[in-house]
Every structure is written in structure tokens, then in C-alpha cells.
Design a binder for this molecule. Sequence first.
Ligand code: FES
Length: 176
Amino acid sequence: MHQQEADFSYRLWRHDGAQGELIPLLQSAQEHFGYIPRRAIRYISGVTKVPESKIYGVITFYSQFRLQPMGKHAIRLCTGTACHVANASMLLDVIEDEIGTEVDGTSEDGVFTLFSVACIGCCSLAPVMMVDDETHGSLTPVTTRRIVRKVRRTTLAGEKAAAKKAEEEAAAPSAG
Ligand code: FES
């Protein structure tokens, strides 16, 4: 059993069955897995006797919980007032179209998770987005698409190179 899963099971084992513990258990699952996988929901339902459908309802109600793993890169598009006035909603459409998922979702290739955030403090550069720790300002649909594509290209190329290297290492005769 994976260590994170073992820790999580331990917490479940210690759980006394009180339904009020649902939120802490969900927090614990998210802390261990980075999101709340389906199997964790099954475990929690079994222990708390709260139906899975109700647990899904709780998860979707609280924005702190995620049903999908995080992508390798977080895009945070500012939708604060200055950015909103500078057409951030159009950029949101562009990003959603480019990565194929909506706000709070992770792209199918696992490269991006998209967030819509309040003012990030550089309104003079509106509209603004952050990709991980890097801020990009004065965005247009064209520059936004270009940035997203570049990050995706670099990420996928890096993954490919790493996979190739691992393959070569596995195929190489061991020394000695
Ligand atoms: S409103 Fe977007 S940076 Fe301030």
C-alpha cells in the first residue's frame, strides 16, 4: 500500500464514526493525495455511513476540495475589477479553449490547472495572469495563447525527454 494511502487509512481507522467528522476526513484525504480520489470517497462513505452522493455534494460545495489532481502548472487569471474592465473574461474564454477545461479544472494532458483569482496587485498591467510564480501582464488573446502554448510545449517536451532517458537507462546493460 502506498505510504500516503496508509496514512489516510490510519486516520480512517481512528475515526469514531461521527458524521461531523466528514470535513476533517475530506481535508485529510486532500492533504494526502493532493485531491480527493474516488477510492477515498468510497472509504469515507464506508466508515462514516454518509452516502457517496452526499459526500460528492459536500466536495463540490466547498471550493477548497478538488476532485481532480493538480496539473503541473497553475494558471491564475486575475478577474479583479481592473482586469475585468480590461476584458479578462475574453482571456478566460481563450485559456479555457486552449487547455480544454474550465476554471478549477485540470487539462486532460495534466499540464494545467486553471484558477480565476481576485486582484493580484499589479492592476497597472491589466489584464494579468500568473503561470506558477511568473506574472504576465498587458495580455491580449494572442499573447495569452502564445504563453499557454509555450508552457505546454516545454512541459511535454521535458516529459518526453525524461521518458526517453529512463527507457535508455533501463535498456542499457548494467555495469559490472
Ligand atoms: S485587478 Fe487584476 S491585478 Fe488588480
